[in-house]
Design a protein around this ligand. Sequence first.
Ligand code: NAP
Length: 322
Amino acid sequence: MPRALITGITGQDAGYLADFLESKGYEVHGAVRPRPNSARQQSPNLSNQISIHPVDLRDAPAVAQLLRRVRPHEVYHLAAQTHIPVSFEDPGATVEANVITTLRLLEGCQRLDSPPRFFHASTSQIFGRPDKAPQDEQTPVRPVNPYGASKAMATDLVRIWRESHGLFAVNGILFNHESPRRGPDFVTGKICRAAAAIKLGRQRELLLGDVHAHRDWGDARDFIEGFWRSLQHSTPDDYVFATGELHSVQQVVDVAFATVGLDPAIHVRIDPSLFRKTEPSHVVGNPAKACAILGWTPLTPFAKLIRDMTEAALLACLETAT
Ligand code: NAP
């Protein structure tokens, strides 16, 4: 039975990946931050079959011990400090969470008698404000926030461990991907939850910044299959995972409010204080390499993704009332 270790098991992508790997017959292990409450209490989406390991991923001996105990065939390193504003507030913690953890895992994997295949969740944020669109694996790396800078360094470490230490190590350069499990701190999660809450009379209005900002939004449920495919290939490499399509925040609003039968013009207000100082433009990925080499396809259309998110938010809102 193949064994997989997923870090950041309480996160959006990890839950879907764990389900996917279980459906493929894997024994799944998940790493969580050591906390007083059990991880399962924090993440109701996780199946009972998953073995949970509390571990501080910055701690080299603890990481080495975890790897020796689990002896994974595949490691999916998804744990990260993922919020850009938080990365400005606490760049040190962001570097520890995103760079040091990656380094500890690479070192630990390399030292095992049978090193596992290693997937690292990198990000389009490594490109910052790119000059050319769409972006691909050759696009110059020029991050504009500490989150992007930390991921850029982690991405380089993964490439170095592949080229210099022979580890089967892959960077997935991930553009935005959402799902019904996306948190409210992200704009799609905020909009879909607000549409549901306004429909049920729990919220009066939705305040947004620049609704003309555009993003390449994919579906997390499609992306995680790409992570897995990248580790099944005969050789390790870096791959962009993206849809190649740009949609505006206004389009998210329109689909979400239409899903609950409301007119957004009545409920959405623009708050200039929410505009970002450095809004990147034309951040859109070219997934041609992943499509051609891995046979990966971003299947879910944008409107279906936003509808799914809004319907799930509506259901969650109704459940909290009962
Ligand atoms: P997410 O939902 O924010 O989950 C992040 C996970 O990392 C959580 O399990 C969290 O644990 C854990 N974590 C946070 N800080 C940590 C730390 N200091 N030490 C150990 N674990 C820590 O993220 P996601 O959306 O699933 O994304 C998965 C990966 O893809 C991340 O590496 C992210 O940077 C990358 N990515 C995501 C997107 C996207 O659009 N979703 C785009 C590009 C790249 P707690 O539950 O304890 O907080």
